[in-house]
Design a protein around this ligand. Structure first.
Ligand SMILES: C[S@@+](CC[C@H](N)C(=O)[O-])C[C@H]1O[C@@H](n2cnc3c(N)ncnc32)[C@H](O)[C@@H]1O
Length: 356
C-alpha cells in the first residue's frame, strides 16, 4: 500500500492514553457575555428549556487541545462514537478573526499557520486521525472536511490508519463529497476555487447509512437519456434500459443523493444562522451528515467545533454529543447557541487537568 511520509513522522504512543489527564467541570463560564451575568455551571446544566428524560447522560463541551481531550475520552468512549465530523484548520497560512457579537472587539479565533511547515501540519493531522479512529464505533463514520490544500494528503493518511493492524474488513474510504458553493474564489490565474472536500471513512463494511433520508425527488426535469412515457391518466414516467433491465421512474421516485452537493449555500453575511465565528459552516451540511449516518440517541463527536454547528444540529436531531475546541471564544459561542434552543440532555463545560 502507498504510504505518505514526512520528516519527523511518528505514530502517537497510546500506552498512557488518558491516564495522566482527566476532565473536570468548569465552575464558571470563561467569558462574560455583554448583556448577562457570567454563567455558572449550574446555570448551564439546569435550565427551564431542559426536557426531563430521566437519563444520567450529559453532553460535553470541552475546552482543550484536541489530543488532550481525545486521550482523556478514550478510556470512557473508545469504540463508542457513532459519527465524527471534523472541520480542522485547512493549512491556509492565515489567522482567523472573530466578529462574534459576544466579543466587544474583534478577537483572534485561531491560527492556521504551522510555521509554514507542511511536515508540522501533517504530523498534527495524523495524530488527530489516530485518536479519532480509536473512538469510532465499529459501525461508525468519520467525516473529514478540508479543501484543496490538504484533502489529498488526508486521504492517504486516512487510508493508512483505516487499514492498520486492527482494521476490520470493508473499512476505509467510502466517499469524497464535493461541497460546491457560490461565494469566494475570485481568481485570475487559476479556475476559481469554489468547493470544499468532505471525506467519508467507515470503520467496517457494516456502517450505518440511510440514503433514503437524504435522497431527493426526481421531479419533472427533462432527461435526454431516458424515454418519456405518458399513461392514460396523463401520468408521466421515464424508462431506461441498463444491463438487460428496464428501470422506470416517476416524478415522485427518489434519487440517491450524489457526492457533489451544490444545494447548500455558504452562510451569507445576513444569514440569521451566522454567529460571527470565523469559518462557521451551515447547519444544513451537518443535518445531512447526521441524518445519513446516525440514529436518535447516537453519539456524535467534533473536536474542532468552532461556533458549535455540530452540537447544535446533533441536539436538534436528538443525538448525544461530545464537542471540543481549544479556543475560549468557540466554547462561549457554542454554549450561547445551545442555550437558545431546547435540549434533550443537559450539557457541561469541561477542561482537561493533570492528575496529581
Ligand atoms: C475551521 S474551524 C471549525 C468551524 C466549525 N466547524 C464551525 O462551523 O463553526 C476550526 C476550529 O478548530 C479549532 N482548533 C484549532 N486547533 C485546535 C486544536 N489543536 N485543538 C482543538 N481545537 C482546535 C479552532 O479554534 C477553530 O474553532
Amino acid at each position: 500500500m502507498a504510504e505518505l511520509t514526512w520528516q519527523g513522522k511518528a505514530v502517537p504512543t497510546s500506552d498512557d492514553s488518558g491516564l495522566q489527564h482527566r476532565l473536570v467541570d468548569q465552575q464558571s463560564y470563561p467569558l462574560s457575555p455583554p448583556q448577562s451575568q457570567p454563567l455558572t455551571i449550574d446555570t448551564l446544566v439546569v435550565s427551564s428549556k431542559q426536557k426531563d428524560t430521566g437519563s444520567q447522560w450529559q453532553n460535553r463541551l470541552i475546552q482543550a487541545d484536541r489530543i488532550q481531550a481525545l486521550r482523556t475520552l478514550i478510556p470512557e468512549f473508545a469504540g463508542q462514537v457513532n459519527v465524527i465530523y471534523i472541520d480542522p484548520p485547512f493549512m491556509t497560512g492565515r489567522t482567523f478573526n472573530n466578529g462574534s457579537q459576544l466579543a466587544a472587539t474583534t478577537r483572534i479565533s485561531y491560527h492556521d499557520i504551522w510555521n509554514n511547515s507542511l511536515d508540522t501540519y501533517l504530523q498534527w493531522l495524523y495524530e488527530t486521525f489516530y485518536y479519532l479512529y480509536y473512538l469510532l464505533d465499529t459501525n461508525g463514520s468519520l467525516y473529514v472536511h478540508l479543501d484543496w490544500r490538504a484533502a489529498h494528503y488526508a486521504k492517504l493518511l486516512l487510508d493508512e490508519i483505516f487499514s492498520g493492524p486492527t482494521a476490520i474488513r470493508g473499512a476505509g474510504f467510502k466517499n469524497e463529497i464535493i461541497w460546491h458553493y457560490q461565494s469566494g474564489g475570485r481568481a485570475r490565474k487559476t479556475f476559481a476555487r469554489k468547493h470544499d472536500t468532505i471525506l467519508l471513512y467507515t470503520k467496517s463494511a457494516q456502517y450505518n447509512f440511510h440514503s433514503e433520508r437524504v435522497s431527493t425527488r426526481r421531479g419533472a426535469d427533462r432527461r435526454n437519456h431516458m424515454r418519456r412515457n405518458v399513461d392514460d391518466n396523463g401520468q408521466t414516467s421515464w424508462t431506461i434500459r441498463s444491463n438487460g433491465h428496464i428501470y422506470t421512474y416517476t416524478e415522485d421516485s427518489t434519487m440517491s443523493l450524489a457526492d457533489v452537493w451544490s444545494d447548500i449555500s455558504h452562510l451569507h453575511q445576513r444569514n440569521p444562522e451566522r454567529t460571527g465565528y470565523a469559518t462557521q459552516k451551515p447547519e444544513a451540511l451537518l443535518e445531512r451528515i447526521l441524518l445519513a449516518s446516525s440514529e436518535e440517541g447516537d453519539l456524535v463527536l467534533d473536536c474542532f467545533c468552532g461556533s458549535g454547528v455540530t452540537p447544535v444540529v446533533a441536539e436538534r436531531l436528538k443525538r448525544r454529543w461530545l464537542a471540543i475546541d481549544q479556543n475560549e471564544m468557540a466554547i462561549a459561542v457554542t454554549s450561547q447557541r445551545l442555550l437558545k434552543g431546547t435540549r434533550l440532555y443537559p450539557f457541561v463545560i469541561q477542561y482537561v487537568t493533570t492528575i496529581e
